[in-house]
Design a protein around this ligand. Structure first.
Ligand code: ZN
Length: 332
């Protein structure tokens, strides 16, 4: 078969690859994850499943955050040195749209997307999509020396759960919005966005557990009111004292007690990517310390505003929280 036909057949196979699965008798989330080359965490995050033991025969599960993830938009009509631009056909809320520039030599510039600027680093741009961004098509404006290119990024809805609070959250916290803002600023600014990429390949789980007690993106609202916030990370329900490990290479940004987040650690992974670990009982690293994937950084706990022992794990790209589960199997 000619090479072009083989490529076409491959693309068609990807386009028609199964994107949902109907649970059969005897299935477990783990067996389904194994079969489709994904993870229990991803399936939980995609389908809003809190307890991985709770799936039922006949339930239809989403298998992929981007059913057409292999399908890219491609433009080749740009001035030299850009040979081509590639970006995903669609991106899910809380996911990352990765824009690739294909050029003979590296180029510099930036992309303006949803009111923020993202630099080109190694001919690639990571564009985080906020978890509460309304589905729709949004412009991404590539600013290069001498010209600009406008691309469209399609954002589709994720499948997130909703947590309804009967009472307002912790009153003490509500009464201190300044304190909350200052803490968030401290967390976001603990990483140097100009650092080059430190991680390689997919990330590891920070704790040896599959017990996700709250997936990323869960909407939070009062009684029957509107969404006022969402869960910015992934919660693992593990006993106090469970080892917490660096999910990827980086440098420790912050390592100190915080008001809401309790004993917290952030790791700067470069390229604007910063991970965070909250509610620890013990911090075992110092700011500036170099860590490798798997290094012990602390012990889990129940400190700060926490309603039970757990580790909250989050990944921000230039301050925007993204779904950590995706980084386990499809890190940019
Ligand atoms: Zn959490």
């Amino acid at each position: 078969m000619p090479r072009s036909l083989i490529v076409l057949a491959g693309l068609l196979a990807l386009a028609f690859a199964q994107s949902t699965y109907t649970v059969q008798r005897g299935d477990t989330l783990f067996s389904i994850a194994q079969r489709y080359g994904t993870t229990v965490e991803v399936l939980q995050a995609l389908n809003g499943i809190t307890n991985p033991g709770q799936i039922r025969v006949g339930q239809v599960l989403k298998l992929s955050p981007q059913p057409s993830t292999a399908l890219l938009n491609r433009r080749t009509d740009l001035p030299a040195p850009i040979e081509a631009l590639e970006w995903p056909r669609q991106t899910v809320q809380g996911n990352v749209a990765v824009l690739h520039l294909i050029t003979a030599q590296p180029v510099s510039g930036q992309v303006r997307f949803l009111g923020a600027d993202y630099p080109i680093q190694q001919n690639r741009v990571l564009l985080p999509v906020p978890a509460l961004q309304d589905p729709g098509v949004y412009p991404a404006v590539l600013l290069l020396e001498g010209y600009t290119v406008r691309l469209d990024i399609r954002v589709v809805a994720g499948s997130f759960g909703r947590y309804i609070l009967q009472l307002p959250p912790d009153r003490e916290a509500l009464l201190q919005p300044e304190k909350l803002r200052a803490e968030r600023k401290k967390v976001v600014e603990s990483c140097d966005w100009n650092r080059s990429q430190q991680w390689q390949g997919n990330w590891h789980k920070p704790v040896d557990s599959n017990r996700i007690t709250d997936p990323f993106g869960t909407r939070r609202s009062y009684d029957k009111g509107v969404t006022y916030s969402f869960h910015e990370g992934l919660d693992y329900g593990v006993p106090v004292g469970t080892p917490v490990r660096a999910p990827a290479d980086g440098l420790v940004g912050l390592a100190e007690p915080l008001f809401v987040r309790g004993n917290g650690v952030t790791i700067d992974h470069g390229d604007g990517v910063c991970s965070g670990f909250w509610h620890l009982s013990k911090i075992l690293v110092r700011p500036g310390q170099v860590v490798k994937a798997g290094d012990l950084i602390g012990l889990s706990g129940n400190t700060g505003l926490s309603n039970g022992p757990h580790v909250h794990f989050e990944i921000r790209i230039r301050g925007v929280p993204t779904n950590p589960a995706l980084w386990y199997w499809n890190a940019p």
